[in-house]
Write a protein that binds this ligand. Structure first.
Ligand code: KG4
Ligand code: ZN
Length: 340
């Protein structure tokens, strides 16, 4: 079965072809980062308009890459939510129109399920059950995953997502959008022990997290420095790098401590880390070395938003003969509310 996957929930247009026998045959991605950069963040209307322009050429490029024709597609999977309403609608309309024209089933996919299953695209992949840590720009959650569609929420951030905290902190440090990955790079250049930020909810005895206070702690520190020295040209480079390092240490201390707790609580021996922050080098380092635990990350190319994870999740649903959903999108959609 050949499944076309369409991702358009935010600022990346992703299209991919996944074959249930041969695996991933093609994937194409267009990132809108350069377009949104001048506004310092994603402009939803611009995102939607750009997706409309990209979907057809990316699909054609995928078919060419896989050496397939459009009528060889058996099903079309698309991201139904969560995400930006208008952006989601472009992918949903494209997928539904194509499915209607080809008379093939259309499979709505939860964006976070796509992320969560993306490590299964690797050769070295986890088996069920596992704990999934979903860390993206919009969500930070621990899920107990017993099978495709069997997901239990164990805990989540009660305010900002970890990626959002990276981005907001990067912005207040004067780093260009999208700042998360840049902040992580600068953290490598920091001198340890120069700042100390809190580890929010580290001892909360549950798997919930909070990251908005951490961003405020950085803001307070930056304001204090600005009141003491002349920062008209920005913070001194080394000071900024030191802040990046301690901020990253704080986020990752919380994530890895809660990950250990989630594994202990469930008794599962496998951990899957997915979503954009899963690209973070320090998170990868710390979570790869948990005693007695095997940790799985998606290939770097599938950490951030992409069509491959949607095509793959769609193919898994198809294998379970999931009924097609109605044509709607869900800007807000808790992962544990998906019905299988
Ligand atoms: O999963 P994703 O591509 O989009 C969402 O579904 O949100 O995740 C994007 C998030 C952004 O907040 C970005 O700053 C963060 O992932 N991110 C990183 C790194 N690379 C991307 N955060 C920390 N370290 C990185 N290396
Ligand atoms: Zn995502």
């Amino acid at each position: 079965m050949l499944v076309l996957g369409i991702e358009s929930s935010c600022d990346e247009t992703g299209v991919a072809l996944y074959d249930t026998e041969q695996g991933l045959l093609a994937h194409q991605l267009h990132t809108q980062i350069a377009m949104h950069a001048e506004y310092g963040g994603v402009v939803p209307e611009l995102a939607s308009r750009d997706h409309i322009h990209r979907l057809t050429p990316l699909t054609q490029a995928c078919l060419q890459e896989a050496d397939k024709t459009i009528d060889q597609i058996d099903a079309i999977a698309y991201t139904q939510g969560p995400g930006l309403g208008g952006a989601l609608l472009t992918g949903a309309s494209f997928a539904n129109a194509l499915a209607f024209a080809l008379n093939k089933p259309v499979i709505p996919v939860h964006h976070l399920e796509g992320h969560m299953l993306s490590p299964l695209l690797s050769e070295h992949k986890p088996s069920f059950p596992f704990v999934a840590l979903l860390v993206s720009g919009g969500h930070t959650q621990f899920m107990a995953v017993k099978n495709i569609g069997d997901y239990t929420l164990l805990g989540e951030s009660i305010d900002d997502a970890a990626g959002e905290a990276f981005d907001k902190t990067a912005k207040l440090l004067g780093l260009p959008y999208p700042g998360g990955a840049k902040l992580a790079e600068l953290a490598k250049l920091g001198q340890p022990g120069t700042f100390h930020f809190p580890r929010p909810m580290l001892h909360s005895h549950d798997l919930n997290m909070s990251f908005s206070g951490l961003k405020t702690a950085v803001l307070t520190t930056v304001n204090k420095i600005k009141s003491e020295i002349d920062c008209t040209n920005g913070l001194p480079e080394q000071t900024r790098n030191n802040i990046c390092q301690e901020f990253q240490n704080a986020v990752i201390d919380v994530l890895s401590s809660k990950a250990r707790q989630a594994l202990k609580q469930t008794g599962f021996r496998q951990l899957v880390v997915a979503g954009g922050v899963g690209a973070n080098w320090q998170l990868r380092q710390q979570l790869s070395n948990l005693p007695g635990i095997e940790t799985f990350f998606p290939p770097m190319a599938y950490c951030t938003d992409n069509g491959a994870m949607i095509a793959f999740a769609g193919a898994m649903h198809l294998a379970q003969a999931q009924p097609a959903g109605s044509f709607n999108v869900k800007a807000r959609w808790p992962l544990n509310e998906i019905v299988h």
